[in-house]
Design a protein. Structure first.
Lengths: 110, 110
């Protein structure tokens, strides 16, 4: 059973700071990784995906993948109160299925 | 563009009553479809997935069932609800990059 682990948080950062969210996974053969954002009471929405080692940047978001250490991170620069949400990491868990971590709750204070 | 519809948004049902949740996808054909459940404060649990009409795979044994009567329609059912069936039910389809989720149904069994 493939596993994805995340610190449940909450991770509290002040507005304008960098928020760093981490995720570790058990399957060394995992090739793709996804980050979802879920606001309270809402469904998850995809914000980033990464396939290759290294960094991938999209606006204020940067995903970092280190396959040797089996972790993937999400950095949010210039954090805003609107970024307060739960961030879910996901990896493929077999035939076109995604396995999700339990999520890290991020709180950005004004 | 592809869209996914899920209804109802909220549902309060007594223990022992039946359940039917519906999910439809537009703008794509032969999608892979998924039902997830998210219990309060917990992660996403894959319940069922389907790769085509009439093809259902169950991930977790329980008193729920799923059906796919049409290419873009996925239904989650129960004959008799339990208190433990309460949660946030999410339908998803497998696009080019990760999953797209419906807006979810919040089910409370009383």
């Amino acid at each position: 059973q493939k596993e994805v682990e995340q610190n449940s948080g909450p991770l509290s950062v002040p507005e304008g700071a960098i928020a760093s969210l981490n995720c570790t996974y058990s399957d060394r053969g995992s090739q793709s990784f996804f980050w979802y954002r879920q606001y309270s009471g809402k469904s998850p929405e995809l914000i980033m995906f990464i396939y290759s080692n290294g960094d991938k940047e999209d606006g204020r978001f940067t995903a970092q993948l280190n396959k040797a250490s089996q972790y993937v991170s999400l950095l949010i620069r210039d954090s805003q109160p609107s970024d307060s949400a739960t961030y879910l990491c996901a990896v493929p868990g077999g035939f076109q299925k995604l396995v999700f971590g339990t999520g890290t709750r991020l709180l950005v204070s004004p | 563009s592809q869209t996914i519809h899920q209804w109802p948004a909220t549902l309060v049902q007594p223990v022992g009553s039946p359940l039917s949740l519906e999910c439809t996808v537009e703008g794509t054909s032969n999608p892979n479809l998924y039902w997830y459940r998210q219990a309060a404060g917990r992660g996403l649990q894959l319940l069922f997935y389907s790769v085509g009409i009439g093809q259902i795979s169950s991930e977790v044994p329980q008193n729920l069932s799923a059906s796919r009567p049409q290419d873009r329609q996925f239904i989650l059912s129960s004959k008799k609800l339990l208190l433990s069936d309460s949660g946030f039910y999410l339908c998803a389809w497998d696009g080019d990059y990760g999953y797209t989720f419906g807006s979810g149904t919040r089910l409370t069994v009383v």
